[in-house]
Design a protein around this ligand. Structure first.
Ligand SMILES: NC(=O)c1ccc[n+]([C@@H]2O[C@H](COP(=O)([O-])OP(=O)(O)OC[C@H]3O[C@@H](n4cnc5c(N)ncnc54)[C@H](OP(=O)(O)O)[C@@H]3O)[C@@H](O)[C@H]2O)c1
Length: 290
């Protein structure tokens, strides 16, 4: 089985690498060619060649717009798509997932929607959680690919369900990161020892995968990017959009969005989303030394 991989960002690159290491015949393509060149992975600059020469094409892009752009380009290439399967692992708006599924199926190919939970470290270790929507028989046929990338795989049913669940998960992620930052900054303001605050929280009410993953980042104010402010902002916007359509009151997530909007407005867009701590520090006038 030949796999074409599109998108070599923080997540795409380690995921494609894992497939190669598992023995799959993979070729990659990235919009910015230098990123593909520097990845050390077998790449092509020619999207048409990638699609022509692959049985399964996996996309891991930024947002709905980038996914819609790439799939529109792909169907315009004039390559026969019958017999191919496309898998989109980007976190997109559920309406995008449906739209792309319809587009791909209309051109005779199969489609699976497969957003992931977990960040760069689980992606590198092949330990992501993967949510899959589409035809169950196609999912079963390609399950081994998902098993290389993730350790927990959920089949979610029809198109858009996986994306909806992914966004619901990220309302928790974004709000939890925010409340952990709020508590940490509270401790700073009260003159408590930073490391001690995090240690107590990680044995108390803050005990969680999020705190474990972000503890060092908060302590060292190291906002090197695993999951960017721009991405959590995008996910929360999509989640609130679905909530609006459902007349569902996302009370906490609505507040959370304001924090990440402030982070974007304060030039933290490309930083790790743990940089939301900086917003609390600003609000409470906390300096580094405090
Ligand atoms: N990072 C995480 O922890 C994490 C965890 C779970 C899920 N996710 C989701 O996974 C997806 C990828 O995340 P990431 O962190 O890898 O993002 P990223 O580092 O920002 O990478 C985005 C990728 O999309 C490409 N891209 C963006 N716009 C494009 C366009 N218009 N046309 C073609 N390619 C385009 C970029 O190419 P260039 O190199 O040319 O810019 C890059 O390869 C996102 O949907 C994110 O929400 C991320």
């Amino acid at each position: 089985m030949r796999i074409g991989w599109i998108g070599l960002g923080h997540m795409g690159k380690p995921m494609a690498k894992n497939l190669i290491e598992a023995g799959y015949d993979v070729k990659v393509w990235n919009r910015t060619v230098s990123v593909a060149k520097e990845s050390g992975l077998p790449y092509t600059e020619d999207l048409k060649q990638l699609v022509e020469e692959s049985d399964v094409i996996i996309t891991m892009l930024f947002h709905s717009q980038s996914v819609e752009e790439i799939y529109t380009k792909i169907v315009q290439l004039g390559v026969p798509l019958q017999g191919k399967t496309f898998i989109d692992m980007t976190t997109v708006h559920p309406n995008t997932a449906k739209k792309i599924a319809e587009l791909v199926i209309k051109h005779g190919a199969d489609f699976l929607e497969a957003p992931v939970l977990g960040s760069v470290i689980p992606a590198t270790q092949g330990k992501l959680t993967i949510l899959v929507s589409g035809e169950e028989s196609k999912f079963k046929e390609l399950e081994d690919i998902f098993k290389v990338l993730g350790e927990k795989i959920f089949f979610m049913g029809d198109y858009s369900r996986a994306s909806t669940m992914k966004l619901i998960n990220n309302t928790v992620l974004g709000s939890f990161m925010a409340v952990l930052s709020e508590a940490f900054a509270f401790g700073k303001k009260a003159g408590l020892d930073d490391a001690l605050v995090l240690d107590v929280l990680s044995h108390g009410a803050g005990k969680s995968g999020v705190l474990e993953a972000k503890k060092e980042k908060l302590l060292k104010e190291d906002y090197s990017t695993h999951f960017s402010v721009a991405l959590i902002h995008k996910d929360i916007c999509y989640a609130l959009d679905i909530a609006k359509d459902l007349d569902y009151p996302c009370v906490i997530t609505t507040q959370t969005l304001s924090l990440y909007t402030s982070a974007k407005a304060n030039d933290l867009e490309d930083k790790d989303f743990s940089a939301v701590l900086e917003i609390y520090k600003k609000l409470a006038n906390i300096n580094k030394e405090e």
